[in-house]
Design a protein around this ligand. Structure first.
Ligand code: THU
Length: 147
């Protein structure tokens, strides 16, 4: 699967977002080490703080499909999903909470997961590793000294 293919799956997933409050649709596609790809979108709630980000939604699907330890690569895209294709020119990077959730998957497998951060139209793409997005993070490895 090419980067472009994975980003397209993320962009398509964003069209399934439930985002009536922010009007900002985000999609996330996750490729597993076995080649399986799962996706998710943000799902907001009238109790605003209960909204779920696209990355968390996709990570839940990844856990069900191949396990968090099997996450190989992630693509995220966000923008205006009110039409027939996602639009917008600015790359979307995962929020802080989602970085923490991706770090969990990364430390389980010991992989510095690559994240493709795309604009809504897919034309602008930033590549980041989770270690750069959440330096000095607290993850499963940080619990090694627990009782
Ligand atoms: N959002 C995501 O789905 N992922 C992110 O990493 C950033 C933000 C969603 C949450 C909310 O539904 C909307 O984008 C606006 O913040």
């Amino acid at each position: 699967m090419t980067d472009k293919d994975l980003i397209k799956i993320a962009r398509d997933a964003a069209l399934k977002a439930y985002a009536p409050y922010s009007h900002f649709s985000v999609g996330c596609a996750i490729e597993g080490v076995d080649g399986t790809v799962v996706s998710g979108a943000n799902m907001e709630n009238s109790c605003y703080r209960l909204g779920v980000c696209a990355e968390l939604s996709a990570l839940t699907a990844a856990q069900a499909a191949f396990g968090l330890a099997g996450v190989r690569r992630i693509a995220v895209a966000g923008g205006d999903g009110s039409g027939t294709s996602l639009v917008g020119s600015s790359p979307v990077t995962p929020c802080g909470g989602c970085r923490q959730a991706i770090l969990e998957a990364a430390q389980l497998s010991g992989t510095d997961i690559e994240i493709l951060c795309a604009s809504g139209d897919g034309m602008a793409v930033e590549r980041h590793r989770i270690s750069a997005l959440i330096p000095h993070g607290f993850g499963p490895a940080s619990l090694k000294d627990s009782a």
